[in-house]
Design a binder for this molecule. Structure first.
Ligand code: C2E
Ligand code: MG
Ligand code: MG
Ligand code: MG
Length: 285
């Protein structure tokens, strides 16, 4: 337990905090066995073109079916896995499963163009020496083209990144893998810094989408998004927006020039079969 001296008084005063700490501890120690027992699974959330609503690809989002606590979202266990280092094998598992799944979509929809697969990378995976080789091997094993894969890295993970950290991402980008800057706009990155990063996609944080709730949206927010989109496009970066929940938001963001979108308005994260249905509906339109 983290607190030792004087810790007992705190525990008595705040039993809920103590229960949370126990759960955290319990979850942390259960993680390795959970990976071996296959308790993790992946949901896929479609990414659509804002112009015509057609499906562009999907983001892989990991979940844990815990035997006692039920389905846990990544916010509950990814930080714990990062803390213990389990994120490296867990992240590799997510990458392999998702790319394999993309391969199955490609077989089913050979004529409608390959659905792209987006996979989140934790900062710990970036500094792990096996990243490039693992990715290459997974792509080779599954026969999926590097161009169909997009790795999402948060803006905060790359703040102040030196060349050593960027090297593996550069290698992957040279192979044709897209790198997306996730949750863009929440960090403190120097916009000029963008030029230095091997990224080809900006994923605008949900907070911007939320401020498009009102119609017309806050004029300052509109200007900010407009500015980001025009800067991104002038640097040859595509802009994805996350957290689109209403048609009004989608329309506003489309007018502002965003390229692709993701959110409950289109589809919640779900099982991989859902993508078949969505893509098929799409192809017959
Ligand atoms: P993220 O990469 O920014 O993923 C988007 C999150 O927004 C997902 O939450 C998704 O379910 C949620 N979302 C999508 N559309 C909407 C919407 O319209 N409204 C609202 N309110 N939320 C929406 P989720 O699945 O809980 O994942 C949370 C975060 O956990 C992700 O944020 C990502 O940073 C991390 N994560 C998920 N899977 C992985 C993984 O395999 N590896 C790593 N390292 N991180 C992961
Ligand atoms: Mg993401
Ligand atoms: Mg995101
Ligand atoms: Mg986010």
């Amino acid at each position: 337990r983290a607190k030792s001296a004087g810790g007992n008084r705190f525990e008595l005063a705040d039993p809920e905090a103590d229960a949370r700490a126990i759960t955290r501890h319990g979850l942390t120690t259960a993680l390795p066995a959970a990976l071996e027992r296959g308790e993790f699974f992946i949901e896929y959330q479609p990414l659509v073109h804002l112009g015509d609503g057609s499906v562009h690809g999907a983001e892989a989002l990991v979940r844990w079916l815990h035997p006692q606590h039920g389905v846990l979202g990544p916010d509950r266990f990814i930080p714990l896995a990062e803390h213990t280092g389990l994120i490296v094998p867990l992240g590799r598992w997510v990458l392999e499963q998702s790319v394999r799944q993309a391969g199955r979509w490609h077989e089913r929809h050979a004529d409608s163009g390959p659905l792209r697969i987006n996979v989140n990378l934790s900062p710990c995976q970036l500094t792990h020496p096996g990243l490039v080789q693992d990715t290459v091997e997974i792509l080779e094993r599954t026969g999926v083209a590097p161009e169909a894969l997009c790795l999402e890295v948060t803006e905060s993970a790359l703040i102040g990144a030196d060349d050593d950290l960027l090297k593996p991402l550069r290698r992957l980008a040279e192979m044709g893998v897209d790198i997306a800057l996730d949750d863009f706009g929440t960090g403190y990155s120097n916009l000029a810094n963008l030029r230095r990063l091997p990224v080809s996609i900006l994923k605008l944080d949900r907070s911007f989408t939320q401020s498009m709730q009102q119609f017309p949206a806050d004029p300052v927010d509109l200007k900010i998004v407009e500015g980001i989109v025009s800067l991104a496009h002038s640097l040859d970066l595509a802009v994805t927006v996350e957290g689109v929940e209403t048609g009004a938001q989608a329309e506003q963001l489309r007018i502002l020039g965003c390229d692709t979108a993701q959110g409950w308005y289109y589809a919640r994260p779900g099982p991989p079969e859902r993508l078949h249905e969505l893509a098929l509906v799409d192809a017959t339109r």
